[in-house]
Design a protein around this ligand. Structure first.
Ligand code: 9D3
Length: 236
């Protein structure tokens, strides 16, 4: 799978690309990720990518021309296997279902918004869709793009060593307990600073362990994510 990142800060992605699961998948050829500098598609002395909003208002917007020229150069042939995505605070929410959907494409171009926003013709006439990673204010789309690349990449067959491990994560519809967080987990030592690991996990009673994990997962979900429990009750 190929990812293109269109940004005014291509160097922002260096650390992310050079470490962990993403780096391994790139080295093994399963993933191709390229960061493109939007200023390559400007032609004035100052490499201007922004301009003032019509009608007045605070701040600057990314102007349409560099974004259109860059997208047309990077993806000259757009089809049903390619997807151009604008990352903005106004987008539809990116979640695990969106990640599974995006993992079906051959090539994604992620446009990173900056400043106060992006000329709306980019959302309406250039991008196939507009996504946000959540209801909080970022300074631009770069962190959102890294989140989406990481999340989509791990769904590509072969990117994770053990393919089973994607199946059993929280938020994954195919997981053992849909809509419930992972159960609490412990490793050695059995007692740390006087705090013991739950006794049941030290014995070998696997039926008892299974029941304890299920209960602990529900209790923790109810405490930290009551919205997930509420959504389940409506669905059932
Ligand atoms: C007047 C309100 N503006 C600033 C407080 C709105 C605004 C403009 C530009 C808010 C954020 C941004 C820059 N954010 C993104 O480009 C962005 C984003 C985000 O802020 N939150 C979640 N997902 C994303 S994806 C891109």
């Amino acid at each position: 799978m190929k990812f293109h990142l269109l940004t005014i800060f291509p160097e922002f992605f260096a650390g992310f690309l050079e470490n962990g699961v993403v780096a391994r998948a790139r080295n093994s050829g399963l993933l191709d990720i390229q960061a493109w500098n939007l200023r390559n598609w400007t032609f004035d002395r100052h490499k201007t990518v922004d301009d003032r909003p019509f009608g007045g208002g605070e701040g600057m917007l990314l102007k349409p021309e560099p974004l259109f020229l860059a997208t047309e150069a990077i993806l000259p042939e757009r089809n049903s296997r390619t997807r151009v995505i604008l990352l903005s605070a106004q987008g539809a929410r990116f979640d695990q279902a969106a990640a599974r959907r995006l993992a079906q494409y051959d090539e994604l171009l992620l446009i990173c918004g900056r400043y106060e926003g992006v000329d709306e013709r980019v959302a309406e006439r250039l991008a196939d869709e507009e996504l946000s990673i959540g209801d909080y204010v970022l300074s631009g789309g770069e962190l959102a793009a890294a989140v989406i690349v990481d999340c989509v990449a791990r769904l590509i067959p072969g990117v994770l060593g053990n393919q089973d491990s994607t199946q059993f994560e929280s938020f994954e519809a195919s997981g053992h307990e849909p809509g419930v967080l992972d159960c609490p987990q412990y490793t050695r030592p059995a007692e740390f600073r006087g705090w013991p690991v739950p006794e049941v996990l030290l014995g070998g009673n696997h039926e008892e362990i299974r029941r304890w994990r299920r209960r602990a997962a529900f209790e923790k979900t109810a405490r930290l994510r009551p919205d997930l429990i509420a959504a389940q009750k409506i669905t059932k």
